[in-house]
Design a protein around this ligand. Structure first.
Ligand code: SF4
Ligand code: SF4
Ligand code: SF4
Length: 312
């Protein structure tokens, strides 16, 4: 719950001081200077935008930029008196001032199926869609959202308030297994073995990365179910926590709906001044899961989406 005393005051200050109160404007150790962080969903910028940021950093900062862990760029050493003009220049460049306070901050994602051979989902498009709907929304707690195209989890989604991971549930189809062992070789989890010349799977060990599906030249392993796993309440930093698995959904429309619902739930119920990870039980996480699963009947429980490969 946002403290009613604080929120209007904060908004009034934002109105009065404009860019000086934006989350993406950070007072430096030497308070005579500000660092300005930009908004860059999925960390993707065009070459023209990069040139623009470089020129702005030269004109308003010290001529250097800093690439952050949240896939944004910071322009350090800005004179606070020039923030207004810098904000306009960034806006014109298509890289507006970002956020860093108790808000929905820069959405990060790995390259996903646009470039990565391991990816199971289109992460960049999803990040941009979430950004368009939710970026900068003032929240009782900081909301970091990270998306990974597969369980390799290169963006550490489970260490964010909301994490999204693309997974594939493989299935063994009818056909003659040659026992070549290619799928065994490619499965890093040792979840497949060849016994008596045929493949067998240990579904307890499978993390649903989908690599085996692409490894079988005989197409015996097929993609049964591509889905998005959603985790809530993770965090890194001083006291890192792995997020709790909320559910799995099947498509982009459903995932956007679920993310909206999580944001709304946190906005309405969470307490400011505390980490989301510490409030999940008080916020009745399990009840929230039940409610949301009623609203998305196709949703599954993360743990229930283990696969059963049949052997032949
Ligand atoms: S998380 Fe998976 S899909 Fe994304 S970059 Fe890493 S390996 Fe590729
Ligand atoms: S999907 Fe499961 S069985 Fe297939 S390679 Fe990944 S972990 Fe192994
Ligand atoms: S499932 Fe395919 S890759 Fe695996 S052992 Fe059988 S034929 Fe080879």
């Amino acid at each position: 719950m946002l403290n009613n005393q604080i929120l209007p005051k904060y908004r009034v200050m934002q109105h009065q001081f404009g860019i000086h109160m934006k989350g993406g404007v950070i007072t430096e150790r030497n308070a005579d200077f500000s660092t300005v962080r930009i908004r860059a969903p999925a960390g993707v910028l065009s070459a023209e935008q990069l040139r623009g940021v470089a020129a702005i950093a030269k004109r308003y900062g010290s001529g250097v930029v800093h690439c952050t862990t949240r896939q944004t760029i910071e322009i350090p050493h800005v004179d606070p008196k020039r923030l207004k003009n810098l904000g306009k220049a960034l806006e014109k460049n298509g890289t507006p001032v970002g956020s860093e306070q108790d808000e929905v901050v820069n959405i990060i994602s790995c390259p996903g199926n646009e470039r990565c051979k391991f990816a199971n989902i289109d992460t960049v498009t999803l990040a941009k869609k979430i950004d368009a709907k939710l970026f900068g929304k003032v929240m009782p707690v900081k909301m970091r959202i990270a998306i990974s195209g597969c369980p390799n989890a290169c963006t550490s989604p489970m260490l964010n308030e909301i994490g999204i991971i693309g997974r594939i549930r493989p299935v063994r189809t009818e056909g003659l297994c040659t026992g070549c062992g290619m799928c065994v070789y490619y499965c890093k989890e040792k979840a497949i073995r060849v016994r008596n010349g045929i493949s067998e799977l240990d579904d307890e060990k499978c993390v649903q990365c989908g690599v085996c599906v692409r490894s079988c030249s005989f197409n015996l392993l097929k993609e049964l179910h591509t889905h998005y796993l959603v985790t809530v309440g993770g965090r890194r930093g001083r006291h890192p926590k792995i997020g709790r698995e909320l559910l799995t959904v099947d498509n982009e429309e459903q995932i956007l709906f679920v993310i909206d619902k999580i944001i709304d739930w946190v906005y309405r119920r969470a307490w400011s001044g505390r980490l989301l990870s510490e409030q999940l039980d008080e916020l009745h996480f399990e009840k929230f899961r039940e409610d949301i699963m009623k609203q998305v009947p196709e949703a599954g429980l993360a743990k229930s989406h283990t696969l059963t490969l049949t052997s032949i």
